[in-house]
Design a protein around this ligand. Structure first.
Ligand code: PEP
Ligand code: MG
Length: 552
């Protein structure tokens, strides 16, 4: 038995076969280009990024696998910078005026077949390195999104890392758990897994390799342990843990149908976070009072082309109808940063988390934004729907978005298409700017939803994706709590409701604090609803309020 230790980010256990996923090769298209200089510059930039990536891989691998094994990354760097390779690519771009993806793939194919034809078995193996290296550059150039083809039999999915577009495609019925060798606990991938209720471990380390594909495996999402080829004692222990966890969940069912009210009579709304309509059954089983955050970008991430208005409408409609009049807050697409579908053709950026994303894309690409708003306003005719704007940092953004919503409503009216004309417009408070001007934003927003995931990232200047600095990512930091308290007070002064939809909402150690602050709603992954309700029902805020608030 081999034991690997990572960080459990979603509770639960699993026993099954390991399915190791590696990103597949993207299809390279060949076309003529108008500007060879520009195309050559794209190659140099991609080459530089690939070299940097390999350096990081080398640095990370060195302490764990030793210099001899880590050396492969240096060899790949040398191959990338090899003059025969780069000259051949640039010649194709400059002389044949072909796109750089084609040039890289043609050169790599020629080099690989040259190695394969050699007599020396060592040299023959270098063909695989050439393919690996060229694939790295191609993925950078093409910003490749990948599809995971899972077998019918449910498996434990393993990968180096998963990006959000891969995670949202996972079918919880086919994935018993997932384990990544890299990855951060605060990434969208971990959050999406939580919403999908898939036990998950990140950061299991470089020993998690494709050689274990097919291995019998047991996963403990509570402790972050992965057991490859587990012995019978371990299997029994993991099964017992799962039985206890299920019994605990069954016991929580006693809270279904009960109000979210504290011992001293304060109520708070508990809502669900969803990515799409796949786990609505879990939202209903766990008795959510509504949807507090529908991360609508998922529909964009799952596809290879823009979803049509009708496709979006059908999705939103299915959610609104399932919720039977309960509130549904649809966040307009939060694309950008780590969520970058190919077909958006987003520019490469030095600091994508601070870049062209979310509301910034919506206000620029009003065609895409309007299509989404039309679909939402149409679905809103069937229930109780609100809009939520991500990554707001200024009042003018809310004003501009509101103007576009008005235009969309007028269009639908003119076209005689059933819709709701009075959809409420909420603002996510997830940038320090939004928190600091929340008094002003409150004049333009119908409600606030505090996104503590990004608010923590931006307030503390900690990249939430970077597992190296994870110990610094502290949502309990006084700066975060003070910002939340400030937003709540500003919201209150203006009669605006305020909820929390970031992961901190489900942190039971914070429930009393949020109740003391007078937060109106908490929106959490569906499996966290009943534990949160239970916590609320055991709390007596009256006794704690003064102490909690004075300590902020
Ligand atoms: C947040 O930032 O807290 C949030 C809810 O949005 P996301 O996690 O999707 O960025
Ligand atoms: Mg966010």
């Amino acid at each position: 038995m081999i034991t690997l230790k990572g960080k459990g980010v979603v509770s639960g256990t699993a026993i099954g076969r390991l399915f190791f996923y590696r990103r597949t090769h993207a299809a390279v298209k060949k076309h003529l280009i108008a500007n060879p200089e520009q195309e050559t510059a794209r190659f140099w930039e991609a080459q530089k990024r690939a070299v940097d990536q390999l350096q990081e891989l080398y640095d990370n691998a060195l302490p764990t696998v030793g210099q001899a094994s880590a050396m492969i990354f240096h060899i790949h760097q040398m191959m990338l910078e090899d003059l025969d390779f780069t000259d051949a690519v640039i010649r194709i771009v400059q002389e044949e005026r072909m796109n750089v993806e084609y040039a890289v793939s043609k050169t790599a194919a020629q080099l690989a077949s040259m190695f394969t034809a050699m007599d020396d078995p060592y040299m023959q193996e270098r063909a695989a390195d050439v393919r690996d290296v060229s694939q790295r550059i191609l993925q950078i150039l093409m910003n490749t999104q990948n599809k995971i083809q899972l077998p019918e039999e449910p498996v434990i999915l393993a990968a180096k890392d998963l990006i959000p577009s891969e995670t949202v495609q996972l079918d919880p019925k086919k994935v018993l758990a997932f384990v990544t060798s890299e990855g951060s606990a605060n990434s969208h991938t971990a959050i999406l897994a939580r919403n999908m209720d898939i036990p998950a471990i990140v950061g299991a380390g470089p020993h998690l390799q494709k050689g274990f594909h097919g291995a019998s495996t047991a996963v403990d999402g509570f402790t972050g342990e992965v057991f490859l080829y587990p012995d019978t004692g371990t299997i029994r222990r993991i099964q017992q843990k799962q039985d206890e966890y299920e019994a605990h969940r069954r016991a929580l069912q006693e809270h279904v149908g009960k109000p979210n009210v504290t011992l001293d009579g304060q109520t708070i709304q508990i809502l669900a976070n969803i990515n799409g309509n796949a786990n609505l059954h879990s939202v209903l089983e766990n008795d959510a009072e509504g949807i507090g955050l529908f991360r609508s970008e998922s529909i964009f991430l799952e596809r290879d082309a823009f979803p049509t208005e009708e496709e979006q409408y059908q999705l939103y409609r299915s959610v609104v109808e399932a919720m039977e009049g309960r509130p549904v807050v649809i966040r307009t697409m939060d694309i950008g940063a780590d969520k970058t579908p190919d077909y958006f053709h987003l520019p490469k950026e030095e600091n994508p988390a601070l870049g062209y994303r979310a509301i910034r894309i919506c206000l620029d690409r009003t065609d895409i934004f309007k299509t989404q708003l039309r679909a939402i306003c149409r679905a809103a005719a069937l229930g109780h729907v609100s809009l939520l704007l991500p990554m707001v940092s200024s009042v003018w953004e809310v004003q501009a978005a509101r103007k576009i919503v008005r235009e969309v409503v007028e269009e639908l009216e003119r076209e005689n298409i059933p819709h709701a004309a009075d959809v409420q417009l909420g603002v996510m408070i997830e940038t320090p700017a939004a928190a600091l001007i929340s008094d002003r934003l409150a004049e333009y927003a119908d409600f606030f939803s505090i996104g503590t995931n990004d608010l923590t990232q931006y307030l503390l200047a900690i990249d939430r994706q970077n597992h190296r600095i994870e110990p610094y990512y502290n949502p309990h930091h006084p700066a975060v709590l003070r910002a939340i308290w400030m937003v709540v007070q500003n919201a209150r002064k203006h009669g605006v409701k305020v909820g929390i939809c970031g992961e901190l909402a489900g942190d039971l150690a914070m429930t009393a604090t949020f109740l003391a602050m007078g937060i109106d709603s908490l929106s959490v992954a569906p499996p966290l609803i009943l534990p949160l309700r239970s916590q609320v029902r055991q709390t007596d805020v009256g006794k704690l309020r003064e102490d909690i608030l004075s300590a902020l």
